[in-house]
Each structure stands twice: as C-alpha cells, then as structure tokens.
Design a protein. Structure first.
Length: 367
C-alpha cells in the first residue's frame, strides 16, 4: 500500500488550518493534495482570548473550544481527502498538531496545551489520528518544542554546507543543520508574524500586513527597537521556546508604543523579528551560508529584505529552492511525525528540545 499520510497544522497565528496529504519515500516526500481551512472570525477571537488571558477563561469555554476546533480539523481533513481523490481507507494516519492555547515549558510543572479533540477527527474520517505530540518530550524533561527540526534534518540537510531553516509563523524558530555529523539544534528566536498581525489588525482592521507594505512605509524607531531587544528571552541560551504568553499586545503596551506613529511601530516590529533571527543565527550558526524560509512570513517581502540586511553574509531564500513549498512545510512535518509514531520511531531530538532521551511522540486515536 502506498504510504499516504495527512498532516494538520494550525500555528500561533491562529488564522486557520493547513492540511496536506502526502506520500513518503526514503528520503523524500510527494505532496498529493493540500487544503487551507480558515477559522471563522468568532473562533479566532475566542482562541486568541483563551491563549492570552487564560486566568479569565472558564473551563467550559476551553472544553467547548476543544470540540469546536476538533470539528474544524475534521472538516479540513475531509475536504482534503475529497480534493485528493484518495480513498480514506488508503490513508495510514493523520497527524494533528491541534491548536496551542498555552505553552509553559518553564517552572516546576512544565506543560503545553493543544486543543482540537483528536477523537472527533478519527471518528469523522475513519482514519487513525495521532495527536498530543508535545507531552512525551515534556515528560522526558524537554521543552516540547520545537518539533519540526527532526523533519528538517530528514529532508533538508546537506553534506556540503551548513544550513538554517527559518519558520516564520506567529513565532519564529530556526533549525540549524550542520554540514558534518554534529547534532542538529533548533529553537524559537522570538516573534515572527504575531506582533505584526496584531498591530495592523488593531489599527487598520486587516488580518496581516500583505507583503509587509505597511511596515515598509514606516521608519524604525531606534529607541523603541532597543527597548524591545532588551527583553530577557532574547538572551536566554537554547534549548528554549516561547509563544503568545510572552509576545502579545499587552507585552507591547509596556513600551509606550502609542507615543509613535502606528506605521513606525509596524516597521520597528518587523525589524525586531529580523534582528532577533539574525542575533541567534550569528551566535549559533556562524558558518551557515544559506537560510531557507518557510511559513506565512515567507511571503512578506519587506521582512525578507530586512533579513537580508541583517545577515548580509547569508543567502536568503525560501524552502521552495530545496524542494518543498514554504506554505506546507509544517503540515507535511506533522504527517511525517505521525508516520514516525505509528512505526514506533522516536520523533524528537534531545539536542533541540533538551529532553533526556529520544521518545516516541503522540497519542494514537483509533476511529
């Protein structure tokens, strides 16, 4: 039977679901079909409220969102299957990341909470579904994030050069792929699109800054940029991970941003994303000569130009240049992780997450 798998992903942008149906070879992957399912505005609002004000969120609301998001993931998978023409019986498994509403890898009892009931997905599609990928790594002493670097290692590593893969979602994270036998490393560098998206939505009512056009009209406020760059997370050594708990409009408000023109703040936030990526690449991947971008930020031309200016010694491109559409890298990665799980193969990298050992990730839900 062909090795068909589905990956379902919704990240910290909380704008919808990316779904990819793929067939794996070793090494290599073919994308058979893709589908994007946008969240309704009311659901986006509820999810962002749950992620940024958890103390005020009743448990009944979280439980209801868990089911509602599961139904959205199920519907995305069904639409993908119909589009592909592949019978559900030929699909080995679905890997569902779920929707993160809280990521707390620090403290005495670290945890990461993703909602989107996987039994709704399994029961609605008739396909075995793997979910809750982060808990096993956390139980082994890791951060539970990032989880995609092992897939980057499998698909994008080169024996001839050191590479960096940059995922520009709501949060930015990098995977460092050395040319030799050195271990892979990876971690969150800080905000990706999340502050840019929230700021433009607050001022212009738009969900995101298309091509970075609004940021491109502003001027970077150097004094504000220096204040933002002084935030402690940027100085933490890896392994490390972050989320909307750290980078949100409430966090931004403490820096008196309303004293500046909104478009100048947008330009400064774009520069913060680019400069924080560059800070970490230069510190931990000084020999890298290529940086390949994936995620929604790969379409932000202003942000890509800022990356190039901050790292003139590195060639910046998208993952399309190494064989995979940047819009679907993470969805394909969770299909790959589901494949690892059903084959009882480890899915984490301790050199990335800080876990004490390699572990099989995820829980399996039968239809």
């Amino acid at each position: 039977m062909p090795g068909y798998y589905i990956g379902l992903m919704s990240g910290t942008s909380m704008d919808g679901i990316d779904a990819a149906l793929v067939r794996f070879s070793d090494p290599g992957v073919d994308i058979v079909a893709t589908h994007g399912e946008a969240y309704a505005e009311t659901l986006r609002f509820a999810l962002r409220r749950a992620a940024t004000t958890p103390v005020d969120e009743p448990i009944d609301n979280i439980g209801g969102l868990d089911r509602q998001v599961g139904e959205c993931f199920r519907d995305a998978a069904l639409a993908l299957i119909e589009k592909s023409g592949i019978p559900a019986g030929e699909i080995n498994a679905i890997g569902s990341h779920g929707q993160t509403v809280r990521h707390q890898p620090y403290g005495p009892r670290p945890y990461s909470l993703q909602i989107g009931n996987p039994d709704i997905i399994a029961g609605g599609t008739g396909i075995t579904t793997v979910a809750d990928f982060r808990s096993a790594d956390l139980a082994a002493g890791g951060q539970g994030a990032p989880l995609v670097p092992p897939f980057h290692d499998w698909l994008f590593r080169s024996p001839d050069e050191s590479r960096v893969i940059l995922n520009l979602g709501g949060i930015a994270n990098i995977t460092i792929l050395p040319a030799g036998d050195e271990p892979v490393t990876g971690f969150d560098t800080g905000p990706g699109n999340t502050l840019l998206d929230r700021w433009i939505h607050r001022h212009l009512g738009r969900p995101f800054d298309e091509d970075g056009t609004w940021a491109g009209k502003g001027q970077v406020v150097d004094s504000l940029l220096e204040q933002l760059q002084s935030f402690g997370y940027f100085r933490l050594p890896p392994p490390k991970s972050t989320g909307l708990e750290d980078f949100n409009l409430d966090w931004l408000a403490q820096y008196d941003v309303d004293a500046h023109a909104p478009e100048d703040v947008q330009a400064t936030l774009a520069e913060l994303t680019a400069s924080s990526v560059a800070l970490h690449v230069q510190a931990y991947a000084a020999d890298a000569r290529h940086l390949f971008v994936c995620g929604g930020g790969a379409h932000n031309r202003d942000l890509l130009r800022r990356l190039e200016r901050n790292m003139p010694e590195i060639e910046v491109d998208t993952t399309q240049a190494v064989g995979l559409d940047p819009d679907w890298v993470e969805a394909v990665a969770f299909a790959w992780l589901a494949r690892r799980t059903v084959r009882k193969e480890p899915g984490n990298l301790p050199s990335v997450t800080g876990a004490s050992r390699k572990v099989v990730l995820g829980t399996i839900h039968c239809p």
